[in-house]
Design a protein around this ligand. Structure first.
Ligand code: 13P
Length: 262
């Protein structure tokens, strides 16, 4: 069965108190959805409190970034082992980190390797700008980001990696990629690259999330596509109602897929 994976990236939102309040509202609602993998990534300071609430629950907790060195004079940074003490996973290469904080394919690769070595699962983000999209460069950009970002990663390590395709023009804009366009990138660009590097079996088992203005009213049709295995949700993960509605959409797809196999 294809198990859909929906993660909420809260970005720089929610104080500790607000994060605790939000996750307390989500948890009882999420109890009924064990057919979907669900996760949230609060900002660093809120992570321990949220992780405490999620102990033993079906809600995984992650960080939005990490640094690749183990310790030392790196003021303001957080090391992989520090993240792994509290988190199940980490997001690397988000476009906002690439745009505002100088993240490159090379530093994505360093963070990815360090995170895996620390025992974390990793969501690696890729995606093109509007200009690149309009210039027909989506395939070239995503290919570069995947091949450099995942350089040197082995098939065993790949079992701990999720790819998030987030076209930058769709992030926070209310402008979603059509399910067909997103699926086309997942199916015809990203999955073949994963197959090349890790083999068919591993690549087919890896999850490729879509991200960019996922909302309750478009989630199910996105997740119903053959190669959209989940979502990385920004704005709509900031309230319990909309995030839970998106999980419901994912669960519905799982049920439909199971039924159609019978
Ligand atoms: P939005 O869902 O707000 O468009 O954000 C997507 C995103 O960047 C998730 O990482």
């Amino acid at each position: 069965m294809r198990k859909i994976f929906v993660a909420g990236n809260w970005k720089m939102n929610k104080t500790i108190a607000e994060a605790v309040d939000l996750v307390s509202k989500m948890l009882p609602e999420l109890e009924n959805f064990d057919d979907v993998d669900v996760a949230v990534a609060p900002s660093y300071l809120a992570v321990p409190a949220v992780a405490e609430l999620c102990k033993g629950k079906a809600l995984k907790v992650g960080a939005q970034n990490l640094f690749w060195e183990e310790s030392g004079a790196y003021t303001g940074e957080v090391a992989p082992q520090m993240v792994a003490e509290v988190c199940d996973f980490v997001i690397v290469g988000h476009s906002e980190r690439r745009t505002y904080f100088g993240e490159t394919d090379e530093t994505v690769n360093k963070r990815l390797k360090a995170a895996l070595a620390a025992g974390l699962d990793v969501i690696v983000c890729v995606g093109e700008t509007l200009e690149e999209n309009e210039a027909g460069q989506t395939e070239a950009v995503v290919t570069r980001q995947i091949s450099k970002g995942l350089a040197g990663i082995t098939e065993d390590q790949a079992a701990h990696i999720t790819i998030a395709y987030e076209p930058i023009w769709a992030i926070g804009t209310g402008r979603t990629a059509t399910p067909e366009d997103a699926n086309n990138v997942h199916k015809n660009v990203i999955r073949p690259l994963l197959k090349q590097q890790f083999g068919d079996q591993r690549a087919n088992a890896m999850r490729i999330q879509y991200g960019g203005s996922i909302k309750p009213n478009n989630a199910a049709e996105l997740f119903a596509m053959s190669d959209i295995d989940g979502g990385l949700v920004g704005g709509a993960s900031l309230t319990a109602d909309s995030f839970v509605s998106i999980i419901k959409g994912a669960s519905l797809v799982t049920i439909v897929e199971e039924t159609s196999k019978e």
